[in-house]
Ligand binder design. Structure first.
Ligand code: FRU
Length: 459
């Protein structure tokens, strides 16, 4: 699997579709796989939702609930808007290989009917022309689509999801341009009484730590045009393994995000077979202002707390070397470590196993950055990129710091400063890490430390 697709909430269920090749563990003819959840942490996989058709395989896209029946497929129809990619035309050397299509479901995403009038947006002569993300723009009484068009985002509008009109383009001279722009998402977030529009733009390659990455812009949107209010290139996650992430439709004021935990620089050659790729934990987004700039924060959804089996807490530690798992039990499954630190100097957290394989997560005060070192994490030989140190700037300027680490057997998600600086990374130890220590050269003041042992989602 790769990108999450068509995430939509409906009748008490969160739907998660995803880029899926059912025939192989490397990327190939894309289908939309399907999973549902009632709590955002436990997922049930359902049969494949969308199969390739005469127009091509099914690339990334979104889904909406058509409450007003604007498309005429039925009230509350679930409508998927996706890219058809024609491998046949591609083989023959054509450029116009990607078009946008729609399909609808009247039974909560179980069975789907493709619209006979597809494509709803033909290709204007742009090879990379994909990943439509659609939402209802109430003030203009119309649907808005953000579409990745080579190295910028093109916005379209429609009264009925079938007829689309080009509104504007964004990005020629903004943001990172080290690769193709993919998987956009435009949505408003509140900051006090202010409404700020956020435009997520995935990019590959050209991410902050090489390969795939997710940048975002903050600004305004008037139903026609997005205008950025910042020149800084900002990233949802600095880690190498959070790609193609977008948000759920139909969740009201809650903005829920999920990303694919891999990187196109090695996704097809990681040392796994049947189980290749996972998603991040679902994250809730909000906005914060820091040094007069808007930033998006991401934190694990509060539903994740329901996974806690056992907690160990300590307060006011003053230490150079704390072996956490000597005090608690060794790690035997997923875990979450939360730290509140008083004005820390350099420190690092080491996760290790009995084979001397280790993953190091740290903070470097001089560089004012967080890092992950996975050079000794286990199997790394499949990619030079994979061995490189991962760096995330610290954005917060407060002296005190908090860190939250979501640790699984082959992944870590690091949330610093309440979700301002993030790093998601995967790794492949020969046996799971069982121990955890915190070390520093100067004594570290840990105000609060909590280690939670978590339930496994998959039995
Ligand atoms: C991003 C992406 C999308 C495309 C899909 C194909 O990872 O390249 O742009 O729709 O994957 O699987």
């Amino acid at each position: 699997m790769n990108d999450p697709n068509g995430m939509v909430y409906f009748n008490g269920k969160y739907h998660l579709f995803f880029q899926h090749n059912p025939n192989s563990s490397v990327w190939g003819p894309m289908h939309w796989g399907h999973a549902i959840s009632t709590d955002l942490v436990h997922w049930k996989e359902l049969p494949i939702a969308l199969y390739p058709d005469a127009l091509g395989t099914i690339f990334s896209g979104s889904a909406v609930i058509d409450k007003e029946n604007t498309a005429g497929f039925g009230e509350n129809a679930m409508i998927a808007i996706y890219t058809n990619h024609s491998h046949e035309l591609e083989k023959e050397g054509f450029e116009k290989i990607e078009t946008q299509g729609i399909a609808y479901s009247l039974d909560e995403g179980t069975t789907w009917t493709k619209y006979k009038g597809n494509p709803v947006i033909a290709n204007p002569g742009i090879r990379d022309f994909r990943d439509p993300k659609v939402f209802w723009y109430q003030p203009g009484n119309k649907w808005i689509m953000s579409l990745a068009t080579k190295d910028r985002i093109t916005f379209y509008s429609s009264p009925d999801l079938k007829n689309w009109m080009k509104e504007s383009e964004f990005g020629e001279n903004s943001g990172a341009h080290g690769g193709v722009w993919e998987c956009p998402d435009l949505f408003p977030l509140s900051y006090g009484d202010e409404t700020v529009w956020v435009l997520i733009v995935n990019i590959n390659p050209g991410g902050p730590n090489g390969g795939s990455g997710t940048q975002y812009f903050t600004g305004s949107f008037d139903g026609h045009e997005f205008v950025s209010n910042d020149t800084l290139t900002k990233w949802i996650d600095y880690g190498p393994d959070n790609y193609a992430g977008i948000t759920w439709s139909n969740t009201g004021d809650r903005k829920l995000f999920i990303g694919w935990m891999s990187n196109w620089s090695y996704a097809n050659i990681v040392p796994t077979t049947q189980w290749r790729s996972t998603n991040t934990i679902v994250r809730e987004l909000d906005l914060i202002k820091s040094n007069n700039r808007f930033f998006v924060r991401s934190v694990p959804v509060k539903e994740t707390d329901a996974l806690i089996l056992k907690s160990f807490s300590e307060k006011n530690l003053f230490t150079k070397n704390a072996s956490i798992t000597k005090k608690t039990n060794k790690l035997t499954g997923p875990a979450s470590l939360q730290l509140t630190l008083n004005n820390p100097d350099d420190f690092h957290i080491t996760l290790f196993n009995t084979k001397d394989e280790k993953l190091i997560v740290g903070y470097n005060k001089t560089g004012n950055h967080f890092y992950i070192d996975r050079s000794l994490s286990g199997d790394t030989q499949f990619s030079d990129h994979f061995k490189k140190k991962i760096i995330a700037s610290r954005i917060a300027s407060e002296k005190n710091m908090n860190l939250s680490l979501l640790i699984d057997e082959t992944s870590i998600e690091v949330f610093a400063d309440n979700g301002l600086s993030l790093m998601s990374a995967i790794f492949f130890p020969s046996v799971p890490y069982s121990d955890l220590t915190i070390s520093s050269e100067k004594k570290l003041r840990i105000k609060d430390l909590t280690l939670d042992h978590l339930e496994r989602i998959w039995k």
